[in-house]
Design a protein around this ligand. Structure first.
Ligand code: ZN
Length: 347
């Protein structure tokens, strides 16, 4: 089948690749239709590695995928040929201790699309477990379906924050993950989200998602703690989501926080931050961390189906499958006015 293959650092081609996949009784085959380009795909393209994961052989990219079912295994009851679906890209060992505890995202044996050596979903068809394949509600497009993967991270972060209705949250970083975290925090009951970045176009897009409830702050001009202080009579934010991965943002995460507040670390810093332990202690901050997500696709789809969460403003660029090499070269230098680029496969 044809696939978008990362041959080696900086070299993507669209070519035939042999992937032998026979569906089992609990699997489905899906004609892939939309795949989002993630920061992780771009990182493998530009650097060939993320932490311990190193690209050593040609690998199919992409993990933010949606498509249409073309074949269902005998034991599959909740899906049918022709269904529009999105797919959760990480498949754990269902019998592992982590999975049995409900923490399947933390299973050391998880196989995650486009994390070496596992091939990704930027190819004509995939065979996938039906249990990790979710039917799109009416009115949710295939393009939106491919946004469920990044949204799931924001949803998982909102869950970890244990939002109380009316909470004021800060989201540090207005990239894709910051924006979906803001949407999930508002859907989860926050009354206001103060979102930060240093790029004005990103802040404008973020504010436009919900002008009544999202306050943008350019932290190259204004301290977020000052803005939060004004909004809360000096008390501070109930929750701070760190979604930038910028070391300075991680280090400053306790500053806008109220006493007894929660910090949720979502972004992965490129370098090791220097923690101010005392800044956390004097506020008795509760710190939560997020690694991917578990059990949130159905919740994300329910909110999208009801219109509570609309991800369409985040899909700023679409490329044809045959132009995938150009798409990755472009994504490596993505303009500030763009948020999420997707690749569209022919129907
Ligand atoms: Zn992703």
């Amino acid at each position: 089948m044809k696939a978008v293959v990362l041959e080696t650092v900086g070299d993507v081609s669209v070519r035939d690749i042999a992937i032998d996949e026979t569906p089992g009784p609990r699997d489905v085959r899906i004609a892939v239709r939309r795949v989002g380009i993630c920061g992780s795909d771009v990182e493998y393209y530009t650097h060939g590695r993320i932490g311990p994961f190193v690209v050593e052989e040609p690998m199919v990219l992409g993990h933010e995928a949606s498509g249409v079912i073309t074949e269902v295994g005998d034991a599959v009851e909740h899906l049918a040929v022709g269904d529009a679906v999105c797919m959760e890209p990480g498949i754990p060992d269902p019998n592992s201790r982590a999975s049995r505890l409900g923490l399947y995202n933390l299973d050391p044996a998880v196989r995650f699309w486009a994390t070496p050596p596992i091939h990704g979903a930027l190819r004509e068809t995939v065979v996938h477990p039906a249990d990790f394949t979710f039917k799109l509600p009416d009115g949710v497009s295939l393009a939106e379906g491919a946004m469920v993967e990044p949204l799931a991270i924001g949803m998982h972060a909102a869950g970890k924050a244990q939002i109380t209705p009316g909470d004021l949250a800060v989201v540090l970083g207005a990239g894709t993950i910051g924006m979906v975290t803001a949407l999930a925090a508002l859907a989860g009951g926050c009354s206001r989200v103060v979102i930060t970045d240093v790029k004005p176009p990103k802040l404008a897009i973020a504010a436009g998602l919900n002008p009544q409830a999202i306050t943008p702050v350019n932290v190259s001009e204004t301290r977020v703690a000052d803005v939060v202080g004004e909004l809360t009579d000096g008390w501070g934010a109930d929750i701070v989501f760190e979604a930038s991965g910028a070391v300075a943002a991680v280090e400053g995460a306790f500053e806008p926080l109220r006493p007894g507040g929660r910090v949720v670390l979502v972004g992965m810093p490129g370098e090791k931050p220097a923690w101010d332990v005392i800044a956390a202690q004097i506020k008795e901050a509760r710190i939560e961390t997020v690694f991917r997500y578990a059990h949130v696709y159905p919740r994300a789809l329910a909110l999208m189906g009801r219109g509570t969460i609309d991800v369409t403003p985040l899909i700023t660029d679409t490329f044809a499958f045959d132009d995938a090499a150009e798409a990755f070269a472009w994504a490596a230098e993505m303009p500030e006015t763009s948020v999420k680029a997707q690749i569209e496969l022919p129907a």
